[in-house]
Ligand binder design. Structure first.
Ligand code: ZN
Length: 484
């Protein structure tokens, strides 16, 4: 007994300096990454502003992707363009060997949200233009900034490991990452990090909804609506009957489900029986299997509508995405690093700007959030929305944070967001995210125990699960023909 205790003490004494050294080293390396990000603030801000100005919507992010991949290439990253055969998708990697840490980036804007930056008044730059109403310019550049800071540390400290930045297109239409995942682009990662600009500073355990995104097209027979309507078969009738059927279905699905639609083609004139009509649907729920079940019932209703109206129906399945599986171990490390970095700090004039914006929207004048939220338990509700980053989270342990990039209570996807994502308020939140992601990636590279724990949790939570893309093999993404 005595000898064993003595041996244990000796072993601890032997290991202690190593443990202490690795702790000291980890915090020094993190600090170095933070300093690097501070020293490159100008570059990061300018890049985020350029992508904000390009304001390219889903699957048109040509300039944004080229701009950011060139910057990463100049920094020494190996860049693979046209990733997964998508012209604006790219992967930029640096380093060698394992672990392999992924960092997700997005670059797409929203249609019709053109807005000047840094003013608390709705004034567009171009009436028909687009705008970064979800802050994906910050998302993309913040993540790339993290990858560059990790690269700097790998180089300076001779760290073994690889950092991979993913330039992912078309988050807003919900599918860039789904196609990248289907091609296996995330398969070799050990863990993956993600973030999204928002109004609070927090690591996230809350899930997002799984969704199926599809259009139903009915084909009927045209006729003069007054002359010989008996010869017509109205495809619009079919759309209306389908929607009625779905609205009756609502009573018999779980309260977590969400179904919404818009009629994308309802004919051209009342005096023409429309031979073509279409309706675009989203079906969401907390889990993929529930979405699949509701989707099956919606299709039956569509078939019923076609039968009732003597029309033909066809389904265009655009994409299907998973709910987010937030890895708790990674979320806890992200939270700890968020506390280490501290929330973004704003000047008094930025706080005043935030209050004016809140007043404009008729919201409480609470200013910018400068606190860090506790890691909130997920509960049974999701945030309601969906993201294609969720597909990655079923392939590799993934977690994410939010940082304050616009004032509390600002409506999402609004001009109020656009005015902030193109100015210093947004850039401050972005650089905070860069630091937190870089620190977490470096911690994973220096402390392999962290990755092992994250992977163990992942394996437990995905036992008997095999990721299968909801998008059928061979189906290409809907990339519009490029306007020159
Ligand atoms: Zn977004």
């Amino acid at each position: 007994m005595k000898i064993r205790s003595i041996l244990a003490v000796l072993l601890t004494l032997l290991l202690l300096p190593n443990m202490l050294f690795s702790q000291v080293k980890t915090s020094a390396v993190k600090q170095d990454a933070f300093d690097w990000i501070d020293s490159r603030a100008e570059l990061l801000n300018r890049t985020a502003k350029s992508i904000w100005e390009f304001a390219e919507i889903a699957y048109t992010e040509y300039k944004s992707a080229e701009y950011l991949s060139n910057i990463l290439e100049n920094e020494g990253f190996r860049v693979t363009r046209n990733a997964a055969n998508i012209p604006m998708a790219f992967v930029a990697e640096y380093g060698s060997g394992s672990p392999v840490i992924g960092i997700l980036g997005e670059l797409d804007a929203l249609p019709g949200l053109s807005q000047q930056a840094g003013i608390a008044e709705k004034i567009s730059i171009d009436e028909n233009g687009n705008g970064h109403g979800c802050g994906h310019n910050l998302l993309g550049v913040g993540s790339a900034g993290a990858a560059m800071a990790v690269k700097h540390a790998i180089q300076k400290y001779g760290i073994t490991g690889t950092v991979k930045f993913f330039g992912c297109p078309a988050e807003e239409t919900g599918d860039g990452k789904v196609f990248m995942a289907r091609e296996g682009l995330f398969d070799d990662l050990d863990i993956c990090l993600d973030w999204h600009p928002g109004t609070i500073n927090s690591a996230i355990l809350q899930t997002t909804t799984a969704v199926n995104d599809f259009e139903v097209i009915f084909a009927g027979k045209t006729a003069h609506a007054a002359g010989d309507p008996w010869n017509g078969r109205s495809s619009l009738d079919a759309v209306e009957l389908m929607n009625i059927g779905v609205n009756f279905l609502r009573e018999h699905i779980k309260p977590t489900a969400r179904i919404h639609y818009v009629i994308t083609d309802a004919g051209k004139a009342p005096n023409v029986v429309p031979d073509r009509a279409s309706v675009w649907y989203f079906v969401r729920d907390i889990e993929r299997r529930d979405v699949e079940a509701i989707y099956g019932r919606v299709l039956k209703i569509a078939e019923g509508a076609a039968l009732m109206t003597d029309t033909e129906m066809q389904v265009d399945f655009f994409s299907g995405i998973y709910n987010y599986l937030n890895n708790r171990i990674i979320a806890e490390v992200l939270h700890k690093n968020l506390e280490l970095v501290g929330p973004p700090q704003f000047t008094e004039s930025e706080q005043e700007f935030a209050r004016v914006l809140q007043r404009t929207f008729g919201k409480e004048e609470a200013g910018m959030n400068t606190e860090i939220n506790e890691l909130k338990e997920p509960g049974s509700r999701s945030s309601g929305g969906s993201t294609d980053a969720a597909d990655v989270s079923w392939i590799v342990p993934t977690a994410r944070i939010r940082t304050a990039c616009w004032p509390l209570h600002t409506p999402g996807h609004s001009w109020g967001v656009v005015t902030c994502t193109g100015s210093d308020i947004g850039f401050r939140g972005m650089r905070t995210a860069s630091k937190v992601l870089a620190a977490t990636a470096l911690e994973a590279m220096l402390d392999t125990g962290f990755i092992e724990q994250a992977r163990k949790e992942f394996q437990e939570r995905t036992a008997n699960f095999v990721y299968k893309s909801a998008v059928p093999e061979g189906q290409p993404p809907r990339i519009p023909v490029r306007k020159k």
